[in-house]
Design a protein around this ligand. Structure first.
Ligand code: NIG
Ligand code: FE
Length: 444
């Protein structure tokens, strides 16, 4: 539980309501930010990545959960002297991070497997032997809705406290319609709870389930012809006004071939689902070019990407999502070749890939620190990749990812004097307060 909520629990109802009103910030002027990173541009393509559009001694006026005005402290002070004030002196203010690739909902853990990997077994060997993703499938299938919500909530709380205000979340540990929809239901419950905001992805093709071993094509057809149409009906009944979830496929040796990936994604597209692809995590099967061809919102991982696939990213809308926590988590040496992707004109985002197998890291700031070191991004590039470009990877760049009038007031106050502390420092939380749709959640 965030300290803020703990505080609320400890005081009387009246005190708590006062506290909430004070922090609710229906109207609020945040001022005196040493640096206000507005990042106020469309998604930043190729070598344009890294434009932070900094206002020194900056201020943001928040009204009804939205950003009403952005400018210098002097300018906004004069106009809005009577508003409730939040003094950010000595601190950096920036948009909330968007984490566009996570597997945050699951049951259990894989600590024993981590040890096996340290002793020499590879990730794909463990998967082939029925472990890896399949071991989490076993524990997730056995978990009730309540259990899934209970295990996932603290992870979301921690991600939020580390600055992720919008978080994509995938299914993929059910591999049958019943468990996959239970995972989605858990995510819907947690999205309603907030304060975080979720984007949803159906990853029924994350692995071939044990009951379909040696019948991979049969499972592929099941996903395309039965699960997806049933999912569409289920979503219509359960998810209210929300847009259809993304459909994602793990296109990889030991998971789904390029042809199987295409079959599922084409069926999903015909049903109106937006698309994503896990591609080139270990082997280059051509999933990235397929993602671009089908107009997927993103192609993710891209470690073993070919030159041809890098070039494909230059055209179309597909965002390349690097997940540096994954090679780090697997103690592997190769990372997404960000420089090649940027030189070719691709749009690059970064994400945590939070999952129980390869990257259980709830701190998106750590992904930035890794991206600076191993993907050779500057702190400014890493920040743009984890805000506006990350928002584009889930189709939300019109609402979140930058500090611009009209957008959601999703902001971070960092307890640092210069934005380059992000990337430079790692392992501690630099976020002092998270602001989600105008409501302030202090970390201390
Ligand atoms: O993105 N690669 C596939 N999916 C995850 C790992 C999931 C797991 O190991 O549980 C990933 O790295
Ligand atoms: Fe993943």
């Amino acid at each position: 539980m965030p300290p803020f909520l703990q505080k609320i629990e400890e005081c009387s109802i009246v005190e708590a309501m006062l506290h909430l009103t004070l922090l609710h910030g229906k109207k609020m002027l945040i001022h005196s930010a040493t640096q206000l990173l507005t990042i106020a541009t469309p998604p930043q393509k190729g070598s344009d990545l890294g434009q932070l559009n900094i206002i020194e001694d900056g201020a943001v006026l928040v009204r009804d959960g939205k950003i009403a005005e952005v400018g210098s402290s002097q300018e906004l002070w004069e106009k809005y002297a009577d508003e409730e004030q939040l003094d950010a002196a000595g601190r950096v203010v920036m948009p909330g991070f968007v984490d566009p690739h996570t597997h945050v909902v699951w049951a259990g853990d894989r600590a024993a497997e981590f040890e096996m990997r340290l002793q020499g077994k590879t990730y794909l060997e463990i998967l082939e032997a029925g472990g890896g993703i399949l071991s989490t499938v076993e524990s997730t299938r056995a978990a009730s809705l309540e259990q899934l919500v209970k295990e996932t909530r603290p992870r979301l709380q921690s991600m939020f406290q580390h600055g992720a205000t919008t978080i994509e979340a995938k299914t993929g540990y059910g591999l049958d319609l019943e468990t996959e929809t239970r995972m989605l239901e858990a995510l819907l419950v947690l999205d309603d709870e907030g304060p975080w905001e979720l984007a949803f992805t159906f990853l029924g093709a994350h692995a071939v389930p044990p009951e379909y071993v040696n019948k991979e094509d049969e499972y592929t057809t099941l996903v395309a012809d039965e699960m997806l149409p049933a999912l569409k009906v289920w979503w219509g009944e359960k998810a209210g006004e929300r847009q259809l979830p993304f459909v994602d496929v793990f296109c990889e040796t030991g998971a789904f071939s390029l042809a199987q990936t295409e079959l599922i994604l084409v069926a999903a597209k015909e049903l109106g689902f937006p698309l994503k692809v896990h591609a080139d995590e270990f082997d280059n099967l051509g999933g990235t070019a397929l993602a671009v061809e089908l107009g997927a919102a993103s192609a993710d991982h891209l470690v073993s990407i070919s030159e041809k696939d890098v070039e494909a990213l230059a055209s179309g809308i597909t965002v390349a999502v690097g997940l540096p926590g994954t090679p780090f988590g697997l103690a592997e040496g190769d990372y997404t070749p960000a420089k090649d992707i940027l030189e070719a004109g691709g749009t690059l985002a970064i994400a945590s890939d939070l999952n129980p197998g390869t990257a259980w890291c709830e701190n998106i700031q750590f992904a930035l620190a890794l991206a600076c070191r191993y993907m050779k991004l500057t702190p400014a590039q890493a920040i743009a990749a984890a805000t506006i470009n990350a928002a584009a990877a889930i189709g939300r760049h019109e609402d979140v990812g930058s500090v611009e009038a009209g957008k959601q007031a999703d902001l971070l106050i960092l307890d640092v004097p210069d934005y380059r502390h992000l990337g430079y420092r790692f392992g501690t939380n630099l976020v002092q307060s998270v602001i989600k749709e105008g409501v302030v959640y202090p970390n201390d």
